[in-house]
Design a protein around this ligand. Sequence first.
Ligand SMILES: Cc1cc2nc3c(=O)[nH]c(=O)nc-3n(C[C@H](O)[C@H](O)[C@H](O)COP(=O)(O)OP(=O)(O)OC[C@H]3O[C@@H](n4cnc5c(N)ncnc54)[C@H](O)[C@@H]3O)c2cc1C
Length: 288
Amino acid sequence: MAACGAAVEAAYWAKKNGDLKITLVDKAAMDRSGAVAMGLSAINQYLGIAKGDNTVEDYVKYVKNDLMGIARDDQVADIARHVDSSVHLFEKWGLPIWTNDEGNYVRGGRWQIMLNGESYKIIVAEAAKNALGTDNIYERVFITEPIMDGDRIAGAVGFSTRENKVYVFKAKAVLASMGGAVGVFKPRSTGEGLGRSWYPPFSSGSSAYFTMAAGAEMTCQEVRFIPVRFKDAYGPVGAWFLLFKSRATNAMGEEYMVTRRDELANWVPMAPLSLSLLTCVTTSVCWM
Ligand SMILES: Cc1cc2nc3c(=O)[nH]c(=O)nc-3n(C[C@H](O)[C@H](O)[C@H](O)COP(=O)(O)OP(=O)(O)OC[C@H]3O[C@@H](n4cnc5c(N)ncnc54)[C@H](O)[C@@H]3O)c2cc1C
């Protein structure tokens, strides 16, 4: 997802700077690779700055609160100021976003907008293909190592997952966006529940390894996301709480998000009580 967006952006700047060559490499088939593969029901971040719905500062405050203060304001603000224009591009490329009678996006919560997103990844991958040309896209090549020239990155090495081939990509600059890392921490669930994760198990930490091997300093690694366990799966709040207004109850039928709200008082000042329940507190309370 990030790489497709980066491809579109990079192609634009490459043209302006003497037709630089941009190459995109994916370990799977780009149309259905990554976390968006099966499609999504919502876009979890849309500020609506032009319509006055929210400001960048509002969003930074929300994220800092949700992560109990552990967040880089500058990075969060940087994402927040660009996100609306990315969403508008998705819509221009054909992503069906829900609108109401007034023509405004339908929100599933303060920050979320709803969509018919089955083909989300195909639509965004198509934009990347149009921007780069399919000759510059290598699919089913698994990147394993950066190539270093002293302290500088000079490319990447990978192997084909279909043929007996090794690839060496030489480059002046490399952007790594190979997803997150699932299953780093042992879950408390055992037996059948052990293998169930919300995030794709094929997000096996390539980005973390690649960037560390290239000398990157890892920061903001303190936050672990432990999704709430539902009856048959794990999942984040998304559509369940925000759109369907579901209630989360424990084995005793207790609506713990309401009855355990006072737990937040134990975390002041990290968790300001003025805002909604935090994702990490919500999930930890769920596990208690
Ligand atoms: C079940 C589920 C539901 C979700 N619902 C929503 C939602 O409703 N709204 C929302 O906004 N977000 C949702 N998300 C989150 C969203 O999908 C992700 O945050 C987003 O797709 C992450 O983008 P990314 O580019 O970082 O990673 P990805 O899109 O996962 O891309 C990683 C890419 O790297 C490739 N790759 C990995 N390792 C290598 C390697 N070694 N060599 C080469 N290529 C490699 C993969 O093939 C993949 O193409 C959901 C996620 C899941 C799992």
